[in-house]
Design a binder for this molecule. Sequence first.
Ligand code: 6PG
Length: 628
Amino acid sequence: MQTILFIMGVSGSGKTTVGKLLSEQTGIPFFDGDDFHSTANIEKMKAGIPLTDEDRAAWLQSLNQLAKENETRGAVIACSALKETYRQQLADGLHHVQWVYLKGSYALIHERMLQRPHHYFSAAMLQSQFDILEEPFHAWVFDVQEDPHSIAASILKHFVMQSDFGIIGLGVMGKSLALNMAGKGVKLSLYNRYVKGQEEKVAEQFITHNPILKEAKAFEDLSAFVQSLAMPRKILLMVNAGAAVDAVVEELKPLLSKGDIIIDGGNSFYKDTERRIQELNQYGFHFIGAGISGGEEGALKGPSIMPGGDATAYSQVQPILESIAAKDKSGKPCCAYISNGGSGHFVKMVHNAIEYAEMQLLSEVYAVMRNGLQLSQDAIAAIFQQWNEKELNSYLLEITIDILQTKEGEDWLLDKILDTGSSKGTGSWAVAIAAELGVPAGMMTSALYARYLSAQKQTRVQAAAALSTSQASVSISTEQLQQAYALARIINHVQGFELIKTAALKYQWGINCSELARIWTNGCIIRSTLMEQLTGIVSADNLLLHPLIITSIQQQLDSLTQTVTASLQSGIAVPALCEALHYIHAMSTEQSAMNLIQAQRDYFGAHTYQRIDDASGKAYHTQWKNEN
Ligand code: 6PG
């Protein structure tokens, strides 16, 4: 069991008997704490003088040392461990600890002790133990009146019955991940909160309706859920990002033991993850912020998983996470340790921002085809189908084709969907962080703002009437549009990875971008042939300047320019395509006009500027206007 099992309770509660039985039945060594007392302690007890905290300090330390030495094979240790502080000393630095408390009344145990007159701990001293006894919160508790054989059997059953992994939150993603894990043979405990009339017996019903979960256990009581897990406990949170995560963590804190691992699998803000890691570290708990992408289907069949946090803690959950992850083309799991701190949630945030721009580009291309080229929905789907068969293949293009082909009765369902965008946060965080880090990330920004702008439906309708805008036909070919789309996608990925690289430098995360691109080749929403191609080159110092990217720009820039120009002339807003074009031009402008802005800043605010004829970087200020 590779666990240190401490059997605790006052003297005379039967710890040694139960411990020896367990040892006999499992082959795990048994140690009687009484054998480790110093001669001075034994003499003191023989003299009928109760031990003090100071007397016990060295003894507890030697038992803790003993436990550490036996941690790899496991051990059963009998020790009174009367106070919480004693138990903390005993468990200090251990990873797998389980407490068993043999509980009984003073009268009963006193009676028993009278029957063992030769023990150095006399019955007369029992009251001194009851006086300081603090009952444990997290122990398996047994009545001393129960037969020791039956207690030992129950303890063994507890071990066998313990779950490998716990999931809190049975929304769509939590349920799909649970089914995925159960299919991989992971023994699960599932918890969903109880909300009268709304969320009742969620876990129980979920298990009942899914035979694959027949081994899983359902809980609505968090304490029982925690107790059901083998230590160190591994608990996946699948609750809404933000306050809900903090609330669950607060509830869990008093129930956990040192070394337990919480994995937050939601779309949490990475700075929240950093804070939670630090806070929980103070208690000896580990917190892993894991980005999980793939939606409901991905979670069920194999998501892409981006875990970040303590590397040693990750190694303990790695086998389970890898077993449920999607596999790349060579069969490797699309799950890889990202780095420490909030790095896992950071890269998931950028993943989502790339996703925003990928979706925006598809919607712009659809707009140009629908409004500018006046193509039917069938025709658009057919063209996308052709694109998807070759280099432009992607999950998002695939689902777009499905969407375009979906009818409701005689009508296209798409035509019935209100054109106002919504979002849940990751896109806006990424844009804000790109600004904070000084990274030009116009693609994701334009995609985010396109959603915000679309949400102002009423103003749009009024402005359309007031300005009598109309969208004229566009004079470009679908081949040009295809090239424009392909190039804009490349720029989107360049910007996304540059954002990750800048953050990795700032936060000292050793992120391997090739490995990150690899785990994004399957399972996640932005999986694509382009991502596969990027795997080999994305770690380049400056991705934009990589020869393959430069060649793509040279080959497709003309089409992107034509597409943007023609779309704007026809009155079709294409902000993400525009941004891609703008980025290429701005990044390849050797002498920009920023000199004028620097001069303006110096003029009104004495912000100073640097001169091209002084490489020292010295700050210059000019008195621009002679006041006289
Ligand atoms: C994923 C998705 C997923 C979710 C987005 C949607 O990787 O599986 O990105 O996390 O669909 O968070 O985000 P918005 O609601 O902000 O579009």
